[in-house]
Design a protein around this ligand. Structure first.
Ligand SMILES: Nc1ncnc2c1ncn2[C@@H]1O[C@H](COP(=O)(O)OP(=O)(O)OP(=O)(O)O)[C@@H](O)[C@H]1O
Ligand SMILES: [Mg+2]
Length: 122
């Protein structure tokens, strides 16, 4: 039943920046130690994020600067592609959407306000 599936579901989502990110992640077998990746020239943006957001729920992502909040949101909006893991929006596999479907999703189900876009600061 479509009403009962989560609005957002993240399943072991990783985002790792750097040249050999995918290869290193495969070799790590799911156990990512940020320091080790850093030594190899990679930056761990999101490390194994799994959660569900159901209809009527509000989720606030909190963390220190640089902890990966924006990177996680970019994965969920597919502004960037997660290195590994699955993301579902109302049951639809986000990574399987073509560009037309992605436009429809962004038009109808998603809104974004960028952190430092046109902010009026004194
Ligand atoms: N395009 C990129 N290339 C390489 N590293 C990146 C890139 N984008 C983000 N990072 C790194 O990923 C990590 C997470 O960054 P992110 O911007 O997601 O943090 P944040 O929690 O949103 O921080 P803030 O509270 O300052 O907005 C940081 O170490 C950042 O330097
Ligand atoms: Mg941010």
């Amino acid at each position: 039943m479509s009403d009962q599936q989560p609005v957002i579901k993240c399943d072991s989502v990783y985002k790792i920046f750097g040249k050999n990110a995918e290869k290193m992640l495969q070799n790590a077998n799911g156990k990512v130690v940020a320091e080790e990746f850093q030594k190899a020239g990679c930056v761990v943006g999101v490390n194994n994020a799994s959660f569900e957001v159901n209809k009527g729920e509000m989720l606030v992502v909190m963390g220190l600067s640089g902890s990966g909040k924006s990177t996680l949101l970019r994965c969920i909006s597919r502004l960037t592609d997660a290195t590994a893991g699955n993301i579902y929006i109302e049951g639809e596999d986000l990574l399987a959407l073509n560009s037309k479907e992605l436009i429809e999703l962004r038009r109808n189900k998603m809104g974004m306000v960028f952190q430092s876009f046109a902010l009026l600061t004194p």
